[in-house]
Design a protein around this ligand. Sequence first.
Ligand code: DQA
Length: 152
Amino acid sequence: MTTHNNPKILVIHGPNLNMLGKREPEIYGKETLDDINHKITLKGSEISLAVETFQSNHEGAVVEKIQSAMGNFNGLIINPAAFTHTSVAIRDAVLLLDMPVIEVHLSNIYKREPFRHKSMLADVVTGQIAGLGTIGYILALEAIADMVQKPK
Ligand code: DQA
């Protein structure tokens, strides 16, 4: 298994996801963001992906991180958290990318308050996973591995 040339996948977590474990555990589960990032990184190495994780509570920081993926990463997995429902800026940043982008939500946003039913990203991403908890990130990695490792 090579490591040097492994495709690079960026995983972005939006606002309040740094509080996972403490934050509404009945909705988001008991795992912390560190637990989740550890699982994601481990899964990445098992399937020959180099994974970098990033979390911010600031919209501009998320936009800049997405911009930084241009030319530096082969795929993006993003849980924009509350920005999902509001951010034209994050949507526009995603539109810059020529790579697979998977939107992940721990909870099923369509089963929750009406304001969560609208995703500003849903129609510009490659696909979306919602409501499966932490495993959603693992499934997103598997899907993205299939996309980036297959010759076009
Ligand atoms: C979330 C759902 C959003 O509505 C919410 O604001 C979050 C987390 C999820 O992972 O289920 O912060 O993106």
